[in-house]
Design a protein around this ligand. Structure first.
Ligand code: AHR
Length: 516
């Protein structure tokens, strides 16, 4: 019982304890109490040199038969443009701390071939380097998050990379950039100083990393107005120590402290659970696991509120998403997994959590964009399909840079399977840039639809219209033979007798605009 109550409370402004299992679930939005803006970068993406995440998934090279723009495949580009990707993080991940930027500039046929030791031990041709990354970001209209190498690099190498990218002087590095085809400086919006310093980035203690962070950051110089926001690489999972140490010791010039949390259905790294073909026990445990994000953010934000009461530092969840056992028959180092309706539900639950913490959570990056972990897009040579996670991101576009609004769930009896209980309904509401009020709802119950009464305090609700994403099976997913198996359907409803009720299908994500 205690655990159930905690689970409900963990939803903060999203849910209230159940009043009665029989009363109708209701959502009440207070449009008169605007909260913080939901930074569009909460919808950021992560593209690492890992498996076919970049090579094949995004980059095929200018000579490829697959239609491309300067090497970037057109089908994937088009789909990502439709998604309005606000920000891309590159080149890693663990890869970042072994990446030496000079390997990725100049004539492509002269670039050194390295071994991607973290991810499958495959050849890294360095065909995608700094210029190519910025070309991609500029085509997408996305902001850039470049992750520097602290683990195996030097302060000099990192400082020179930033100079190469941002300098508008006649320095040798700026001239080298011009010679390599880029006259004006690149726009580096965010720069990360290392990655997972507690693990693949160097197995450090937070105090030691904080010293290194300050050391490296001292030499990161860029022209006035072109200085990127610096990111200190923080902790993961239930740990708040990194946030504590870094917000005290590495706060100079730091725009944000990063944080990583992956959803494993079983919660165990040695047997994470399958991406498809799972039973309801793993559906329920996945919901439970992913909702831990709420507690983790809350605990870290409490630490930040203590150490940084002026709220200068953001909490950047720059790696999150589902992580399953790799698809049988694929290279274990490529982290390829299928993506089902469950992933879309996981994504939407996390969006609602991020919105509830919009004040501090100003950026997140799902891992990863194409073909790796919880991907938006899966490719197979010249073929491409959109995943349920892609559809969830697209449905939530109105929340980018929207003003969050308080929304409270009442009478939620929750979803219970055996000893596992989670809230049945998750909600988020916001006033979007188009002036409309949007509501996002998630039903975590894979067996039962739920009617939800929708109220906006002090105003009538006459109708709602938008989209709903669901499917018959918990693990429904798109394949190259059936790319449309999971896709959003239109949804609309009208008020009746002064009451606006929406029907949330079992295991569904819904985003609707409210008409007053
Ligand atoms: O996203 C895959 C890997 O997960 C990243 O490279 C690393 O930072 C994390 O452990």
């Amino acid at each position: 019982m205690k655990a159930f109550k905690l689970g409900i409370l963990a939803f903060g402004m999203c849910a209230l304890p159940a009043l009665s299992a029989f009363a109708q679930v209701s959502v009440t939005i207070d449009a008169a109490k605007p909260g913080p803006t939901i930074n569009k970068n909460v919808y950021g993406q992560f593209a690492e040199h890992l498996g076919t995440g970049i090579y094949e998934g995004l980059w095929v090279g200018p000579q490829s038969k697959i239609p491309n723009t300067r090497g970037w495949r057109n089908d994937v580009l088009g789909a990502l443009k439709d998604l309005q990707v606000p920000l891309v993080r590159w080149p890693g991940g663990c890869f970042a701390d072994e990446y030496h930027w000079r390997d990725g500039i100049g004539a492509r046929n002269k670039r050194p071939v390295k071994v991607n030791t973290h991810w499958g031990g495959v050849a890294e041709t360095n065909a995608v380097g700094t210029h190519e990354f910025f070309d991609l970001a500029e085509m997408l209209g996305a902001q850039t998050y470049v992750n520097g190498n602290l683990g195996s690099g030097t302060p000099q190498e990192m400082a020179e990379w930033l100079e190469y990218m941002t300098s508008d002087t006649k320095s040798t590095l700026a001239e080298q950039r011009r010679k390599n085809g880029r006259a004006k400086p690149f726009k580096v919006d965010y720069f990360g100083i290392g990655n997972e310093a507690w693990g693949c980035g160097g197995n450090m203690k937070p105090e030691y990393y904080a010293n290194l962070y300050n050391h490296y950051a001292t030499f990161l110089k860029a022209p006035k107005g072109a200085r990127p926001k610096l990111i200190a690489s923080g902790g993961n999972d239930d740990d708040t120590k990194w946030t504590d140490v870094l917000s005290r010791e590495a706060a100079r010039g730091t725009d944000g402290i990063s944080f990583h949390f992956y959803t494993l259905p079983t919660g165990k790294w040695d047997k994470k659970g399958a991406a498809t073909g799972f039973d309801e026990t793993e559906w329920a445990s996945t919901m439970k696991q992913t909702l831990r994000m709420e507690t983790m953010i809350r605990n870290n934000v409490a630490v930040l509120d203590k150490n940084d009461p002026k709220k200068k530092i953001g909490f950047y969840v720059d790696e999150w998403g589902t992580w399953y056992d790799v698809e049988p028959g694929t290279d274990p180092g490529f982290l390829f997994q299928r993506n089902s309706l469950r992933d879309a539900v996981v994504a939407a639950l996390n969006f609602n959590i991020f919105h509830a913490h919009a004040e501090r959570v100003r950026m997140t990056n799902i891992a990863q964009m194409v073909n790796v972990l919880q991907a938006m897009i899966i490719t197979d040579k010249d073929r491409m399909l959109l995943t349920p996670t892609y559809h969830a991101y697209k449905m939530y576009i109105p929340f980018q840079d929207a003003t969050s609004l308080p929304a409270v769930v009442a009478n939620d009896a929750g979803y219970t399977l055996g000893a596992t209980s989670v809230p049945g309904v998750s909600v988020s509401a916001a006033r979007a840039k188009d002036g409309k009020l949007y509501v996002a709802l998630v039903n975590t119950n894979p067996r039962k639809a739920t009617d939800v009464d929708l109220n906006v305090a002090g105003q009538a609700v006459n109708a709602v219209s938008g989209q709903v994403l669901t499917a018959d099976a918990m693990d429904a997913h798109n394949t190259f033979d059936n790319k449309q198996a999971v896709k959003p359907a239109p949804y609309s409803a009208k008020a009746s007798g002064g009451k606006m009720t929406v029907t949330l299908p079992a295991k569904s994500v819904m985003v609707v605009a409210v008409e007053g």
